[in-house]
Design a protein around this ligand. Structure first.
Ligand SMILES: [Zn+2]
Length: 84
């Protein structure tokens, strides 16, 4: 998992809502749920169930269009990172 200063980084997508924008975490790696936060990057209190949340919280970063955060994906190896 991607980390920053020992804190896990979750990728979020920016979504429009009636009063602005939100960040959507499609599938949290800790609890498997979808989380919606305010549309700003940075350290957040987890929205996970209390028994699954990472103790230090997590950091939200906006996912880049086209999955540019997927680093070093080798051609033909793509079995492990199949984001819908
Ligand atoms: Zn979660």
């Amino acid at each position: 998992m991607e980390m920053e200063n020992g804190i896990p980084v979750l990728r979020a997508v920016r979504i429009p809502v009636s009063d602005g924008e939100r960040f959507l975490v499609r599938r949290c790696p800790f609890c498997g749920r979808q989380h919606i936060h305010g549309a700003a990057e940075g350290h957040r209190t987890p929205h996970c169930p209390i028994d699954k949340e990472p103790p230090g919280g997590y950091i939200l970063r906006e996912a880049l269009p086209g999955g540019a955060h997927k680093q070093q994906a080798l051609p033909g190896s793509g079995a492990e990172d199949l984001d819908p």
